[in-house]
Design a protein around this ligand. Structure first.
Ligand code: SAM
Length: 251
């Protein structure tokens, strides 16, 4: 019996990788080893999973589409633990070991997924694909138009670098824009409390065109951010945001 073709769900950001060369390049960035535990977000029809299952000890995958989960189960991988569900509701602590994370992320929730992974921290390396424009915002430096909350959050908690651009032509169905693959390594040491820092940065960027003293009014009144009071949030580097956090919360 011939298998019915998969109906692509646009609402779930389904653009599947079809180019073996691109797939190999992404897998090479992860550098999977036999002892690794890997978490893959949105495996789709297994373009990356097929390779991961051959190279790693165990692979956890989280996929929202029940039809794709059935297809993945039919592949009878021996070391792939397949979960059906929404990654945003999934308890990441189900994987006990420190993991490597990989994902060609569904574009409609790339940012919330990234924030969830940043807050979790129990990973040693992440290889994630984003729409190119979001990838550029993530690695953007202060002073640039594309620099914002997501740049600060990623650069404070991670070393992040762009690996390569992926043409929209290597996907089925073809998306409207190109993508980019980024590698993240966690930063260790004394870092700000994630929730407090995230709230601070969110408030600082609440009105991009306004000066910090207008976005952080209460803190300004307490005399804690005079040095940066007349700067706009996009002019403040990740290190300076840490200094601001320390002025407010550490004293
Ligand atoms: N990894 C495959 C590939 O590269 O060909 C598919 C990538 S496709 C861009 C994104 C995948 O994420 C789809 O399989 C989609 O069904 C799945 N997905 C979408 N929203 C999800 C969610 N909230 N939680 C888990 N998976 C999700």
């Amino acid at each position: 019996m011939t298998k019915a073709p998969h109906i692509f769900r646009k609402k779930w950001g389904q653009n599947f990788l079809r180019d073996p060369n691109t797939i190999s390049k992404i897998i090479n960035c992860l550098q999977p080893c036999p002892s690794d535990s890997i978490l893959e977000i949105g495996p789709g029809d297994g373009a990356l999973t097929d390779h991961l299952s051959k190279q790693a000890n165990e692979v956890y995958v989280v996929e929202i589409d029940p039809l794709l989960v059935t297809n993945l189960n039919n592949k009878r991988y021996l070391n792939v633990i397949i979960h059906e569900g929404d990654i945003l509701n999934w308890d990441l602590n189900q994987s006990k070991n420190e993991v490597k994370i990989i994902g060609n992320l569904p574009y409609y929730i790339s940012s919330p997924i990234l924030f969830k992974l940043l807050a979790w921290k129990n990973w040693e390396r992440m290889i994630l694909m984003f729409q190119k424009e979001l990838a550029q915002r993530i690695i953007s430096k202060h002073g640039n138009k594309s620099y914002g909350r997501i740049s600060v959050m990623c650069q404070v908690y991670c070393y992040v670098k762009i690996e390569f651009i992926v043409s929209k032509n290597v996907f089925q169905p073809k998306p409207e824009v190109d993508s980019a693959v980024l590698t993240f390594f966690p930063k260790y040491g004394e870092l700000p409390n994630f929730t407090k820092f995230s709230n601070l940065v969110k408030q600082a960027f609440s009105q991009r065109r306004k000066k910090l003293k207008n976005n952080l009014t209460d803190t300004y009144k307490l005399g804690k951010i005079e040095k940066w009071a007349d700067k706009r949030p996009e002019e403040i580097s990740p290190d300076e945001f840490i200094q601001i956090y320390n002025m407010i919360f550490v004293g």
